[in-house]
Design a protein around this ligand. Sequence first.
Ligand code: FMN
Ligand code: MN
Length: 481
Amino acid sequence: MAYHDLREFIRALEENRELKRIPFEVDPILEISEFADRAVKQGGPALLFEKPKGSNVSVLINAFASMRKMEIALEVGSVEEIAARIVEFLEMRMPEGLIGKLKMLPKLAEMGAFFPKVVSKGACQEIVRTNGFSLLEMPVLKCWPEDGGRFITLPLVFSRNPDTGKRNCGMYRMQVFDERTAGMHWQTHKQGAEHYRRNRQAGKTRMDVAVAIGADPATMYSAILPLPPDLDEMMIAGFLRQSPVEMVKCQTCDQEVPANAEFVLEGYVEPGELRTEGPFGDHTGFYSLADEYPVFHVTCMTQRRDPIYATTIVGPPPMEDYYMGKAIERIFLPLMRLQLPEVRDIAMPAEGVFHNLILVSMRKSYPGHARKVMHSIWGTGQAMFSKVIVVVDEDVDVHNFREVAWKALNNIDPQRDIEFAMGPVDSLDHASRLPNYGSKMGIDATRKWLGEGFSRPWPGVIEMSADVKKRVDELWKRVGW
Ligand SMILES: Cc1cc2nc3c(=O)[nH]c(=O)nc-3n(C[C@H](O)[C@H](O)[C@H](O)COP(=O)(O)O)c2cc1C
Ligand SMILES: [Mn+2]
C-alpha cells in the first residue's frame, strides 16, 4: 500500500528501526548537519529532530540514507524490483487477436492508474497564508561553515513548459534570502532552467513556480530522477508508488502540488532578475562558489497544521544523496540497455560523485564498440555529464572497484585507449576551463582486437585449474587452519 504521506513513511522507518528521534534541542545552524554526517557515515538511522533550535517544526533528515531506507521508501525488497517492473512494461507489446488484447486490459488499466489526479482538498492547505508568514518559520539548515546562508535542500520545484504546458518537478536547492524570497538554483541543463529561458524569450514578466517540501517518499524521490523533458515526474511517482499522486491547485499561482505535502511555497520567478546565491557545501565534497541565480518570490505559504520539515545535507561522500543516486543507477540500467543492449552493467562509485566517474561493462562485438558506448553515454540525458567513462569487458564486475582498477590498468595503452571529448559538463565541476563547458575522458579498457590494430597475442587472466582446486580443498583441511 502506497504511503499516504511523509508521516506514514516516518512510521515505517521507525517500525523497521531505521529512525531515531532526537528529543533535545539541536541547532539547525551546523549542528544538525554534524549529526546527519556522522549518522550516514556510520550507516545509522534517519533522524527526526523534535526540538530544532528556534522553530517548533520537527526536522527529518537521512530518510533515504541507505539502501535499506531506499527500499522502505519505495516499498520494495530490492530496488532491482522496480527495474524489473520497468522491463515488464517496456516489453509489453500489443498482442495479436482479440483474446490477447483482452488479456492486456488489466495491464493498460494499471498504467492509467499511475496518472496524477487533481483533488479539491489537501492536507497541505490546512493553513493558507498570503501575509504574515516567514520562510524562517521552517528550521532551514545552514549546512556547512562557509555556506552563504540557510538552504532548503529537499524542495520539489514545480514549473511548466510554456510551449507545451507540460509540468516539471525538479529538486533544486533554495537559499533563503529573507521571509519571502529565496534563490532558485536550477542549473542551466535542468528543466526548470529551460522553462525559465523559454518564459524569458517569450517576454513573460512572471513565471509561476510552486515548491512542495515533504511528501510521500516516492513523490519526493521522483524529483531527482533524470527523466526526459516533458515527462511528468508525478506520473513516474504514481508508477513507483503504484497509486496516483493526488494534486491540489495552488491558491495564488497556476500550479498544482502534491496534496499530502507538509509545506507549499507558491510564488513566481521574474525572468531577468538574478541574485548572488551560495557558496554552498555541495555533494562534490567541495564548496560550490557563489554565482548568480534567479530569485523565487513567495506569494503564499500553505502547510499542514503540524508540519514536519524534510531536509538533507550533501558533502564529502558518501552522503544521503549517494544512496538516492545508487537507486537511480539500478532503476535506470534497463532503460539504458534499451538504447545500448551491449551494456551489461554500470557503476558510479561514491567518490566519483555521480558525474565524475562511470564504470561500464559491455559485450564487445565489433572494432571500436567501446568508443561507441562512451559517446552514446555522453549523448544520453544527464549521463552527458560523465567526466570519466571507463569501459571494460563483460567479465569484469564493475561493482568491484579493485577488479576494475586491476584489469583496466593492465589492459590500456594510455595513448591509444584514452580519448578526450569536449562538451557540456556539470555545473558543479570546479575544474573545467569554463563553467558548464569542458572536456571528458573515455578509457577503452576492453581487450583489444586485431580489427583495432592490435596484432600481439592477448594473455588470459591467471586462474588455478578446477581439479587442482578441488584436490587442495581436501588437503587444506589437513593443514588444520
Ligand atoms: C539533495 C539534492 C539536491 C539537488 N540540488 C540541485 C540543485 O540545487 N540544482 C540542480 O540543478 N540540481 C540539483 N539536484 C539534481 C536534480 O534534482 C536532478 O538533476 C534532477 O534530475 C533534475 O530534474 P529535471 O531534469 O526535471 O530538471 C539535486 C539533487 C539532490 C538529490
Ligand atoms: Mn524533469
